[in-house]
Design a protein around this ligand. Structure first.
Ligand code: SF4
Length: 324
């Protein structure tokens, strides 16, 4: 993986939502949903973004794809700054990056059958003729573990796992460069979850795909990822290769998240770190370190200085004054 070329570079990405109030609906403040995150992803890599609900991970995914306009920062795909492409041209490039959601039912038009759902993106992007698109739909539906007979059916006729297979087929039929999976298996039963994860791994190899996997579930993330970034209140707290992060978590937030994963080992005894309080209101974050109100190691400096996100080991990054 280390020799692979970089596909995506995210530099100091910010997405702030204005809070409007008063009689004249003036801007009274901002919710800093994403507040200066940076990372890069290599070809064929799976980079996961984890964190509790409200940490900004889904907003980050949508802002990378320009489904939300960024407040600041840059996103480079294959050496091209996506934010410098005008909107019309950008629409043409949409096929290069696909988003798969948690709930496939809401992203699949219930009035279209599976064949129509699969050929639509090919025809929209003028990638082939209708008869070629039909052939591609037949091939793709087999690749996601369904069969040609399913092409005539409608989304409501399928189970949740099958619908997610259709979403994956629809996303991959245009051969994207980058796929963002936003809680894509979270709504599925555990056994179906592992089938879909294995399918995603197989398809990644077959189609040379690069994934951003967004999830709150650290067990799932461990199974799929090459590298993991941990977000909290819109900022990246820690980032490392998966094995390194799970065996040597440095940030107190990562340590707490990992301590909550049940161990399958009968000999290993893990002490669970219980975090006090909830994630603070993102419209009114604490001064200094965003994690300090819940951190068991918070000290004076954490109240005043926001720690710098810095590399403290080989490709192991952390934002915490304990490592300054
Ligand atoms: Fe805890 Fe301070 Fe480190 Fe923040 S900077 S995680 S408050 S020790």
């Amino acid at each position: 993986m280390s020799n692979q070329p970089v596909v995506l570079e995210v530099k100091n990405l910010k997405k702030h939502f204005p809070i409007k109030g008063g009689v004249f609906k003036t801007t009274q403040g901002y919710v800093k949903a994403v507040d200066g995150i940076s990372f890069s992803i290599k070809e064929n890599e799976t980079f996961s973004i984890v964190g509790e609900s409200g940490c900004g991970k889904s907003t980050a995914g949508r802002t990378i794809l320009r489904l939300l306009e960024p407040t600041d920062g840059e996103v480079w795909l294959n050496g091209e700054n996506l934010y410098h492409i005008d909107k019309r041209e950008f629409r043409k490039r949409r096929k290069d990056f696909q988003l798969i959601f948690q709930d496939p039912y809401s992203s699949l038009n219930p009035r279209m059958n599976v064949k129509e759902l699969l050929i639509e993106p090919l025809l929209t992007h003028k990638l082939c003729t209708k008869s070629e698109a039909t052939e591609k739909a037949k091939e793709m539906i087999e690749k996601v573990g369904l069969s040609e007979k399913h092409l005539a059916r409608y989304p409501h006729e399928f189970s949740g796992g099958q619908r997610q297979r259709i979403s994956i087929a629809r996303a991959l039929i245009v051969h994207p460069k980058l796929v963002i999976l936003d809680e894509a298996v979270s709504a599925l039963d555990v056994s179906v979850q592992s089938q879909i994860l294995n399918l995603l791994i197989d398809l990644q190899e077959e189609f040379d795909l690069t994934y951003i996997f967004i999830s709150h579930d650290l067990n799932v993330v461990k199974h799929l990822s090459d590298r993991v970034g941990v977000m909290y209140l819109g900022q990246m707290m820690e980032m490392a290769e998966t094995d390194e992060l799970y065996s040597n978590p440095l940030h107190p937030y990562t340590q707490a998240l990992l301590s909550a994963i049940p161990s399958l080992s009968t000999t290993e005894k893990k002490e669970r770190i219980i975090l006090k309080g909830d994630v603070p209101d993102p419209s009114n974050p604490p001064t200094g370190c965003p994690f300090r109100l819940r951190c068991p190691h918070a000290h004076d400096r954490c109240v005043t200085d926001n720690p710098v996100f810095q590399e403290v080991g080989e490709d192991h990054w952390v934002a915490c004054h304990l490592y300054d």
